[in-house]
Design a protein around this ligand. Structure first.
Ligand code: FAD
Ligand code: NAI
Length: 469
């Protein structure tokens, strides 16, 4: 095989693409990954999951020191926030992580090609470097993992300084006095939390009648109350009809989604966070006749095959949950299929976590979905107020809710609002993966005192025999 000829060429070095490339190489396939950003890790490592969590951790530490340590008897004096140092922490975390992927590529003998990939024909990818130089890569299989980009709001121009997307909101140099977030979803609440903790007055304008509209209804309600108590202002059932830059500020016009009187809101920073859209610009899909669906996603079958033999697609660009771990699972499954193995992703057991505090973690069906699908279920709920560890941590907000089949007791869904909810959810994801019953989790010994006991108790509650409530 010549230097530019591979078994597999992956276009896009995000969690879908880089993981597919590593797994394919592990399985003995000669693999290259083409990435145009100049750094590996995609949206997630560069402008998504990792930088947002670095800012969430830093702002959490500030808020805890400023407002919560006193309750433990810890006296810290005047607490101040150095936003530039916080951004420095974030940049270092991002750079360490992206360089880590380069190391993993070397270790696994994946060829990293820097440049924009364009499919010119099946098995043929043209790579254009930043300086315009072109090269050609040939491969038996092309994997598209080009991810997603911010969904724009018509009539609202993002300048990444006053009117920002998540990328601009991750890079603000100072804390705005006022911030309006358009969209009460994951990005809006996570990045709204970062800047609220540092002192911004945050107003969330949400088109629907609740925040986190895809979560379980009880979770949305609970988080609305908790976040309002933290200082968030919510304007639900409200649409933004315009947002214009006016000097160093922005002026938004909003009105009730159902129609009614318009109102103006001024803000130092406006964050547009109304979802993400698949990214296929410059990819050359038209050269091979791959049509996207009405929303721009690339249609694939159960084996991630596009309509063209030898061209596959995974991750955000194919739709479904736009989550890094979902993209990674697809990357592994596809690589294994390409190597003749039986890769598989269980889409019923994909966790989703919102890293506010308390965190929100969910897997499987919501109560609303079970009702709509006519599935008989039992619900078990346990509040953190009744958990000894949570009390000792002063972290008693939230609950664990487990939904199980009324006849088989199999776990169908789980929803947690609480401290470290994301980590606590893992055992329930595992339970669903193994087809376990709520009684299986309830009969498993959990260490005491632990937050995990709330998970056990919620499962006991499904059976009608919680011990501590
Ligand atoms: P991407 O990560 O988008 O990677 C695609 C890559 O392809 C990009 O680097 C792009 O430069 C490259 N590319 C595109 N076209 C070409 C081309 N023609 N040639 C070469 N390269 C190309 N998910 C979570 O699970 N947990 C989180 O906490 C989380 N937090 C997030 C926070 C924010 C602010 C955002 C915006 C997203 C967050 N996500 C989170 C979502 C997560 O980032 C995505 O689901 C994930 O990155 C998708 O992976 P992917 O590989 O499909 O695509
Ligand atoms: P989202 O889909 O989570 O939320 C968008 C919100 O905007 C919804 O509540 C929607 O009803 C609302 N909305 C839509 N149009 C609107 C309008 N015109 N006016 C007002 N509100 C409007 O999308 P978000 O927050 O932009 O995140 C994008 C993706 O990134 C998500 O799919 C998510 O999976 C991923 N992500 C994941 C994170 C995590 O796993 N912790 C963190 C951040 C992002």
């Amino acid at each position: 095989m010549s230097e530019n000829t591979f078994d597999v060429v992956v276009i896009g070095g995000g969690p879908g693409g880089y993981v597919a490339a590593i797994r394919a190489a592990q399985l003995g396939l000669k693999t290259a990954c083409v990435e145009k950003r100049g750094a590996l890790g995609g949206t997630c490592l560069n402008v998504g999951c990792i930088p947002s969590k670095a800012l969430l951790s830093a702002s959490h530490a500030y808020e805890a020191a400023a407002h919560h340590y006193g309750a433990f008897g810890v006296k810290v004096g005047k607490v101040e926030m150095d936003v530039a140092a916080m951004q420095g922490h974030k940049d270092k975390v991002v750079s360490d992580n992206t360089k880590g992927i380069e190391f993993l590529f070397k270790k696994n003998k994946v060829t990293y090609i820097v440049g924009a990939g364009t499919i010119t024909a099946p098995g043929q990818v043209k790579v254009t470097a930043k300086d315009g130089a072109e090269s050609q890569v040939t491969a038996k299989v092309i994997v598209i993992a080009t991810g997603s980009d911010v969904t724009p709001l018509p009539g609202v121009e993002i300048d990444e300084e006053v009117i920002v997307s998540s990328t601009g909101a991750l890079a603000l140099k100072k804390t705005p006095k006022t911030m309006v977030v358009i969209g009460g979803g994951v990005i809006g609440l996570e990045l709204g939390t970062v800047w609220r903790r540092l002192g911004a007055e945050v107003t969330v304008v949400e088109f629907l009648d609740r925040i986190l509209p895809t979560n379980d209804g009880e979770v949305s309600k609970s988080m609305h109350k908790i976040l309002a108590k933290q200082g968030f202002t919510f304007k639900l059932g409200t649409k933004v009809t315009s947002a214009k830059k006016a000097g160093k500020h922005a002026v938004l016009t909003v009105e009730p989604a159902a129609g009614g009187a318009a109102e103006e809101i001024k803000a130092d920073v406006v964050l547009v966070a109304i979802g993400r859209k698949p990214y296929t610009e410059g990819l050359g899909l038209e050269n091979v006749g791959i049509a996207t669906d009405a929303r721009g996603f690339i249609p694939v079958n159960g084996h991630y095959q596009t309509s063209v033999p030898g061209i596959y697609a995974i991750g955000d660009v194919v739709g479904g949950a736009m989550l890094a771990h979902k993209a990674e699972e697809e990357g592994v499954a596809l690589a294994e299929m390409l190597a003749g193995q039986h890769g598989h992703v269980n889409y019923d057991a994909i966790p989703a976590v919102v890293y506010t505090w308390p965190e929100v973690a969910a897997v499987g069906k919501t109560e609303e979905q079970l009702k709509a699908e006519g599935i008989a279920y039992k619900a078990g709920k346990f509040p953190f107020t009744a958990n000894g560890r949570a009390r000792s941590m002063n972290e008693t907000e939230g609950f664990v809710k487990v939904l199980a089949c009324a006849t088989t007791d199999r776990v169908l869904g789980a929803h947690i609002v609480g401290p470290n909810a994301g980590d606590l959810l893992a055992e329930l994801v595992m339970a669903m993966e193994f087809g376990a019953a709520s009684e299986d989790v309830a009969r498993t010994c959990h260490s005491h005192p632990g937050l995990g006991e709330a998970v056990k108790e919620a499962c006991l509650a499904v059976l009608g025999r919680a011990l501590h409530i």
